[in-house]
Write a protein that binds this ligand. Structure first.
Ligand code: PBG
Length: 324
């Protein structure tokens, strides 16, 4: 016997000593869903254990996150139906729910790193990420609105805007708008490789943002392609992205891994709503162990090469890492 690999697996202590991958509480960005109102905490049907909260309750939640050592959140807002239109006008309202939330969170929790989603779908009467003309999502006109939206979040005090729309050239438009308005320190986390995935279902349920017609395949990426992801990522880097995001995570670990080999920017992966929901549902039926499935899925994402993870499990993993 020349080599006994089992020596390094003999005890918990040895396994920990030689482990190649570790999760830290500070690897995580917590997604938060905000709704209008006061004292509202609603569980999301297809995301068991996950909630939509009014801003007051969101502030309480951020206190809890901070106590667990979590340091970053990404905000999504649910826009009331009567404020939705084709151009996503409400997205630019300086006193809209997103803008008010950013201001208040920054005022009360200035140390929290704040990310905001940039896309029109929660505000769009068509549920699409951009402006619709003749059943088509128009690119360049959408970019103008997205840049204005990013500026409005920057004025409210966000640290990073996170465009999740997949229009061509939007990173450049947003970067230019930020520069011209002297927001030199506002970053861009770009959803560079966002696939047209079925795993976003529960998220659309959470925000009531499903497309009213068709699907998102003319702007989100074809699930069959990897080279396309590399082209998108390279272009976003050129255009001025600060952090690159790949989404979903578990079904696209090959993409994360390939990008991690050469990309010198931080890489973020989004463990999306459907990934969380699958684990929750199977655990509920006692077909898998929830905690172990959570750990295994998150470690796999980190091992593939993502240093930052957006996950609905952030709070649970933080409790686990804090031995709570
Ligand atoms: C909106 C957006 C979506 C997600 C993040 N931002 C949904 C979509 O593109 O339809 C999905 C996140 C998740 O499923 O957890 N542009």
């Amino acid at each position: 016997m020349e080599k006994r690999f089992r020596i390094l697996r003999k005890s918990h202590g040895i396994r920990s000593l030689v482990a190649e991958t570790d999760l830290k509480v500070t690897d995580f960005i917590v997604p938060l869903f905000i709704v209008e109102g006061n004292q509202v905490v609603e569980e999301i049907n297809s995301l068991p254990g996950y909630y939509r909260r009014s801003l007051d309750k969101t502030l309480d939640e951020i206190n809890e996150l901070k106590n667990l050592g979590l340091i970053a959140v990404i905000l999504f807002v649910k826009c009331p139906d009567n404020l939705k239109d084709n151009k996503g006008k409400e997205a630019l309202n300086e006193d809209g729910l997103m803008q008010r939330s950013i201001r208040k969170i920054k005022e009360l929790h200035p140390q929290i790193t704040l990310f905001s989603d940039i896309a029109l779908d929660p505000y769009s009467s068509f549920g699409h990420d951009g402006i619709v003309r003749d059943k088509e999502v128009v690119n360049d006109e959408t970019n103008i609105i997205l840049s204005k939206m990013a500026l409005s979040h920057a004025r409210a005090g966000v640290d990073f805007v996170a465009p999740s729309d997949m229009m061509d050239g939007r990173i450049q438009c947003i970067r230019q708008a930020l520069e011209l308005n002297s927001f030199h320190n506002v970053g861009i986390l770009s959803y560079s490789a966002k696939y047209a995935s079925c795993f976003y279902g529960p998220f659309r349920d959470a925000l009531d943002s499903s497309p009213g017609f068709g699907d998102k395949k003319s702007y989100q990426m074809d699930i069959r392609n990897k080279k396309e992801a590399l082209k998108e990522i390279n272009k976003d880097i050129e255009e001025g992205a600060d952090i690159i995001l790949i989404k979903p995570a578990m079904a696209y670990l090959d993409v994360i891994n390939e990008v991690a080999r050469y990309c010198t920017l931080p890489i973020c992966a989004y463990q999306v709503s459907g990934e969380y929901a699958m684990i929750k549902a199977a655990a509920d039926k006692q077909w898998i162990n929830e905690k172990e499935a959570m750990l295994e899925s998150l470690i796999a994402i980190k091992r593939a090469g993502a240093g930052i993870i957006i996950s609905y499990f952030s709070k649970d993993i933080a409790k686990h890492l804090n031995n709570l």
